[in-house]
Design a protein around this ligand. Structure first.
Ligand SMILES: [Zn+2]
Length: 270
C-alpha cells in the first residue's frame, strides 16, 4: 500500500528506533547504573537526529511526505505547480490571470487567516478550477516548535477557515518553510491530511532574481515534479515586480515545451 494514502497513524522507522533507544537507555541504567553517561549520550544523539529530520523539509524520517507525484498511469507527464502563502490581494489576481492564459491549474497552499481576510479572492481561486490546501492558520515562524495541541490548533483552524469560505475541506498540508517536529505526523493523520513538500523550490520569497528562480525550478524539469512558488511574501525583482509574476509565464512555457501537463495534487492523488 502507498504509505502516503494511509489515514491511520503508524510511527515511522525513526520513531520506532527513538522509542527503542529510550527504553534501552532506561533498562541499561537500571541494570548497571555506572553506564548512565553512555545512556544519556545515546538519548541526546537520538534527539539530535529527530531535530535534524524535522529541519530537512523533504525527509521521510518523521512520516510520509510527498516530494514527487507517484509514477502511475494517468500522472505520467504531469507536474504540480504549488503556490504558497496567499491569497494576496495584489499578486494572486495576476497569478490567476497568467494561469488562465496558459490554461494551467495549480494547488494553492493558503494561510487560513488570509482566506478569511480575502474570501472573494479565495473563492475566485476555486471558481477557476484550482485547489486550496492547508498551510496553517497564521503561518507562525515557530510552528515547528509547537507541541501536539498547538500544531493541532494551527492546522484545524485553517481547515475550518478554508471550509467556511470555499465549502471544500483541504486534503493536503504543507508546513511553514517545510519545518516539522515528531508531533506533526499523528496530528495530520487525525485530521486526515497528507503532508506535501516539493521536488524543487525557487526560494522566491528571498531571491528577486527571476532568472535564478527559474533556473532552480527547471534544472531539470521532468514529469512528476512538484514545484514551489509564492504568491504571498513574494520577493521583488529589481523593477519592483513580485518575482513569481516574472517566473510563472516562463515556467508554464517550459512545462508546455517539454510536453508536460500541470495538474493539482488532488487530481494526481485523489
Ligand atoms: Zn509558507
Amino acid at each position: 500500500m502507498n504509505q502516503i494514502t494511509t489515514r491511520g497513524w503508524a510511527p515511522s522507522p525513526l520513531m520506532y528506533a527513538s522509542a527503542a533507544v529510550h527504553v534501552a537507555a532506561v533498562a541499561a541504567v537500571l541494570a548497571r547504573p555506572r553506564v548512565w553517561p553512555w545512556a544519556l549520550g545515546a538519548v541526546a544523539a537520538n534527539h539530535v537526529a529527530l531535530t535534524a529530520a524535522g529541519l530537512w523539509p523533504r525527509s521521510q524520517l518523521l512520516g510520509p511526505n510527498l516530494t514527487r507525484l507517484p509514477a502511475r498511469v494517468g500522472t505520467a507527464g504531469s507536474v504540480a505547480l504549488t503556490i504558497d502563502d496567499g491569497p494576496d490581494p495584489e499578486v494572486t489576481p495576476q497569478v490567476l490571470a497568467q494561469l488562465e492564459q496558459h490554461r494551467a491549474c495549480a494547488t494553492f497552499f493558503c494561510v487560513g487567516e488570509r482566506v478569511l481576510r480575502y474570501p472573494d479572492l479565495a473563492l475566485e481561486i476555486t471558481r477557476r478550477g484550482h485547489v486550496i490546501e492547508n498551510h496553517t492558520q497564521t503561518h507562525r515562524h515557530n510552528f515547528s516548535l509547537l507541541g501536539p495541541s498547538g500544531l493541532h490548533a494551527e492546522i484545524a483552524r485553517a481547515q475550518n477557515s478554508i471550509f467556511q469560505v470555499t465549502g471544500s475541506r483541504p486534503s493536503f498540508f504543507r508546513a511553514p518553510a517545510g519545518l516539522r517536529n515528531p508531533f506533526l505526523d499523528p496530528v495530520l493523520a487525525n485530521l486526515k491530511l497528507r503532508l506535501a513538500s516539493w521536488t524543487r523550490r525557487g526560494f522566491d520569497t528571498v531571491r528577486g532574481d527571476a532568472d535564478a528562480v527559474f533556473r532552480r525550478l527547471t534544472t531539470p524539469l521532468t514529469g512528476g515534479d512538484i514545484l514551489l512558488l509564492h504568491d504571498g511574501n513574494a520577493a521583488r525583482s529589481r523593477g519592483g515586480t513580485p518575482v513569481i509574476l516574472e517566473v510563472l509565464p516562463r515556467l508554464l512555457d517550459a512545462v508546455r515545451s517539454r510536453d508536460l501537463r500541470p495538474v493539482t495534487l488532488r487530481a494526481a492523488l485523489p
